[in-house]
Design a protein around this ligand. Structure first.
Ligand code: NAD
Length: 471
């Protein structure tokens, strides 16, 4: 596949292979762009600003709806690309496409409701009463979108769709691991907008991504990925606006008064969705000792039912992780936790890129497996006594993306909602819950800024004050 600049597909002399983590086969090759290609993409995006801004909000909305229709028609093919390039089980990949269609729909709706406001400029005194003043939301210009491998279409859309809804042009860089579905997405968007409104470039983060980050022709970087890369980008971006959607270490707190069956179901889907490679996956189970045994018995039984296998098979729950080096890292973290005193209750084995769904008991927050984000099918259990200790452990991390709490007590729910430091606290739901319209974004090292179309659109605009001296 090729990348897209100003409506033209670009190839290069150097390519890299996109490898299917399930069987090691080459899915396709992708050109390796240089810094000069980024410059070309940025120039095309800047040149396309006028054509996009000449469209009415209604025309932008209609074009986004049309792109949405095309994406819906192509959903199955794109879902299969995600399965092949990222090893995501088909039923989860098709779920991502359904959400992506909705994300585009929300953006098409939002394009028609970007409001400024009237400003009571006479609040400072009578002299100013002669003024009529209001604000207008204007596009930033060019948005650089840098995205990770795990939701290659929907997370790219969370940047591209609100950017275009607010009449910004875009340069997008997908993950090296999963670029194919994102390149198809860019092609579809391009079919409905003037050339240069959307441009894509593929290649190394340290070259292509960095060239975007330091470019003076880009007004905002919207980044989703790891904390380490996010911090590096922040140090290089200069005066650009930034949105940072970074890693998570989300707790699922299960208190003594929880509905255990519901909590178990939430823990199974939360910890093992896409083999645990989800920013808002449940990365820590914080269990009250009083219900720990009952919870664990049922949890082990339910996790044992997960089917590991070919991700293209519609009955598969657990596919491979993204590559062998990631599987090896998971193996090292699990083995270290066991050496440090954790008890292995289920799984623990690796074969190539596959890692078995694994449950570890008696984990403590000083173990690597929970001290930093582990992107794998692991459910580490941290035992606590009572609500205070549960909240303390939930907050005992540099991350603060989302959190889930199971309790039947309104008092306990309110305490958790108020005291857990996270972008979202979900009562009687796992942290893995997200809708594409809700405000989404972490506290602490998990990021800054919010996505969710309405909120992302706000962040893709700047506010201009216009004042008329009426006398
Ligand atoms: P990553 O940080 O390795 O890469 C993300 C993107 O950054 C890729 O496109 C990569 O090529 C690019 N990149 C790498 N170095 C760069 C540089 N120096 N300058 C500019 N760009 C550079 O992340 P990943 O492994 O693809 O994804 C997994 C991570 O993403 C996890 O930490 C996960 O929690 C996080 N994530 C967060 C969210 C969220 O919304 N908060 C959602 C999904 C994933």
């Amino acid at each position: 596949m090729k990348f897209l600049i100003n409506g033209e597909f670009i190839d290069k002399s150097d390519h890299y292979d996109v490898i299917n983590p399930y069987n090691g086969e080459i899915v396709d090759t992708v050109p390796i762009a240089y810094r000069s290609d980024v410059d070309n993409a940025v120039e095309a995006a800047n040149n396309a600003k006028k054509a996009l801004n000449d469209l009415s909000a209604k025309e932008v909305s209609i074009n986004l709806y049309n792109a949405c229709e095309e994406l819906e028609k192509e959903s199955k093919n794109i879902a299969k690309l995600i399965v092949a390039e990222a090893g995501k089980p088909y039923k989860q990949a098709i779920g991502e496409l359904q959400r992506s269609v909705e994300t585009l729909q929300f953006a098409a709706e939002e394009a028609k409701r970007i409001y400024g406001e009237s400003v009571p400029i006479d609040a400072t005194g009578p002299t100013e009463a002669r003024f009529l003043a209001f604000t207008k939301k204007v596009p930033l210009g060019v948005v650089g979108a840098i995205t990770p491998f795990n939701y290659p279409v929907n997370l790219a859309l969370h940047k591209i769709a609100p950017a275009i809804a607010a009449k910004n042009t875009v340069v997008m860089k997908p993950s090296m691991e999963a670029p194919l579905s994102a390149l198809r997405l860019a092609e579809i968007i391009n079919n409905h907008f003037p050339n240069g409104v959307i441009n894509s470039v593929t290649g190394y983060g340290s070259e292509v991504g960095d060239a975007m980050v330091v470019s003076t022709g880009i007004d905002k970087i919207s980044f989703t990925g790891s904390v380490a890369t996010g911090l590096f980008i922040s140090s290089r971006a200069g005066m650009k606006k930034l949105t940072m959607e970074l890693g998570g270490n989300d707790p699922l707190v299960i208190l003594e008064d929880a509905d255990i069956e519901k909590a178990v179901n939430a823990a199974v889907s939360g910890a093992f969705l896409f083999s645990g490679q989800v920013c808002i996956g449940v990365k820590r189970l914080i269990l009250d000792n009083k219900i720990a045994e009952e919870f664990i018995d049922l949890f082990v039984k339910e996790v044992s039912k997960l089917r590991m296998g070919n991700p293209m098979d519609e009955s598969t729950d657990i596919g491979p992780v993204i590559n062998e080096s990631s599987a090896l890292n998971i193996e090292t973290s699990v083995n270290r936790a066991i050496e440090d005193g954790a008890e292995l209750l289920l799984g623990g084995n690796r074969k190539d890129c596959f890692f078995e769904p694994t449950i570890l008991d008696n984990v403590t927050m000083d173990m690597d497996i929970v001290a930093s984000e582990t992107f794998g099918p692991i459910a580490p259990i941290i035992r606590v006594d009572g609500l205070d200790e549960a909240i303390k452990e939930a907050n005992n991390t540099q991350y603060g993306l989302q959190a889930g709490v199971f309790t039947e007590s309104i008092h306990n729910a309110l305490r958790c909602a108020n005291e857990i430091e996270a972008g979202s606290v979900l009562i009687n739901k796992e942290s893995t819950f997200r809708t594409d319209a809700m405000p989404f974004g972490g506290f602490k090292s998990s990021g800054m800024g919010k996505e969710g179309i309405k909120y992302a659109v706000e962040d893709m605009c700047k506010t201009k004050l216009i004042a008329f001296n009426c006398r």
